[in-house]
Ligand binder design. Structure first.
Ligand code: ATP
Length: 380
């Protein structure tokens, strides 16, 4: 097992004289046995990062280390790394057993009977022992995915790299494989870098998540740190479903002033905003209260536009303003709570739950107030 370090890793492609920077100066240390999820929108450089670690793509600048050993210039075959692809990439003409044995036969001098017993053991663990003699075309998508994972596991590598391995599965199977993969990774204790564009996968699977946008790492932290203490507006909007609400505001006379409301701030919050006037206030849908009195502090009368019942909760859409620049705000409340379109409600935005961003740079100037223990403890 080993720690995986990306040190100033940069990748550019030459595109007819133009330089496309796919990954820009990425620094991440993935601890021994850690599950790190690299997440971001399409085209942000996730796969390129993973492919550089695997050795399938050259590094333009920077260094990649396993432990204290640089692997930057090593060919993929000598890196002790196993990769699982979205497409599974199984050999169609080989049986499951042959697919799983192939890597060990090619890259090690392990005796045949040991390979056989390792394949059998891994197949048992992945629940595919009865499929060993089938060809990939005789398997369902979920079964093929198990074989692809089994083929990586059987090699007992120092690092697993996984590129959207669950995205071809249906929603239910994906949720099931998510927990199964987490359990397997925890049992095997192998350093893992997992790429996805799905923030739910990132939040639920990662020990830590690294959020990438336009080739640049935006934040690396535990899921709860990224959720509650986003480094910037991009992270705040990307993590969480429904997304955080954002309203453009100006700082004037100790208050945040928007098109339709004025939001007085405490001295503590104001101190964080010093020197910045043009701002964005952010509030998570679950932090807005609909039960308060209209005259309570930070409470605003508004009308319900639409209610989306999700079963466990309702997404309630409100319009904060009735002029042309109206901004919609989404609030999540319990699914048992009865709310109807057209209903008048008082929406309270508690000051301890707001985030404030610089409108130009997106940097978080003020994040919600949290007890540190709440963020660092798992299972909060
Ligand atoms: P997706 O989630 O859609 O797979 P991604 O985050 O994995 O996206 P990458 O595939 O790493 O993104 O691509 C990052 C950027 O690099 C994109 O702008 C892409 O067009 C560009 N890119 C990737 N490979 C090449 C290449 N071989 N030549 C030129 N540009 C490339």
């Amino acid at each position: 097992m080993a720690e995986l370090t990306l040190d100033g890793v940069t990748k550019w492609f030459d595109d007819g004289g133009d330089r496309i920077v796919a990954v820009d100066d990425a620094d991440v240390e993935i601890e021994d046995g850690e599950f790190l999820v690299l997440v971001g929108p399409s085209g942000c450089g996730k796969s390129t990062t993973l492919r550089m670690v695997a050795g399938l793509e050259t590094v333009s600048q920077g260094d990649i280390r396993l432990g204290d050993h640089s692997i930057t210039d090593e060919p993929p075959t000598t890196r002790d790394i196993a990769m699982v692809f979205q497409s599974y990439a199984l050999y169609p003409h080989m049986t499951v057993r042959e697919n799983m044995s192939f890597g060990l036969e090619e890259s090690t001098d392990m005796p045949d009977d040991e390979i056989r017993s390792r394949v059998a053991e891994t197949a048992e663990m992945m629940g595919i022992a009865d499929l060993l003699d089938r060809k990939p075309r005789e398997l369902s998508g979920g079964q093929q995915q198990r074989v692809a994972l089994g083929r990586a596991i059987v090699r007992d590598p120092e690092v697993f790299l996984m590129d959207e391995p669950l995205s071809n599965l249906d929603a239910k199977l994906r949720a099931q494989m998510r927990t199964e993969l987490q359990r397997i990774q925890e049992d095997l204790d192998v350093t893992t870098m997992y790429v996805t564009h799905d923030q739910t996968e990132a939040m639920t699977m990662g020990d830590r998540i690294a959020i990438l946008d336009d080739g640049r790492l935006q934040q690396v932290g535990t899921p709860l740190e990224c959720y509650h203490e986003p480094a910037n507006q991009f992270v705040a909007g990307f993590i969480g479903e429904p997304s955080m609400n954002f309203l453009d505001v100006e700082l004037a006379g100790g208050s945040l002033v928007g098109d339709a409301f004025e939001y007085p701030l405490s001295e503590e919050t104001l101190a964080d905003l010093e020197g910045h006037d043009s701002l964005v206030v952010g509030i998570r849908p679950e932090d807005i209260e609909l039960d308060g009195a209209a005259d309570a502090s930070h409470s605003y009368p508004t009308t319900v536009d639409v209610v989306e019942p999700m079963g466990n909760e309702n997404n309630v859409y409100l319009t904060f303003d009735d002029d042309a620049s109206a901004q919609t705000v989404v609030v999540t409340v319990s699914g048992m709570r009865k709310v109807d379109a057209g209903q008048q409600v008082a929406a309270r935005i508690p000051e301890e739950a707001i985030h404030v961003f610089d409108r130009e740079t997106g940097r978080a100037l003020h994040n919600r107030t949290l007890d540190r223990a709440e963020v660092t403890e798992p299972n909060v």
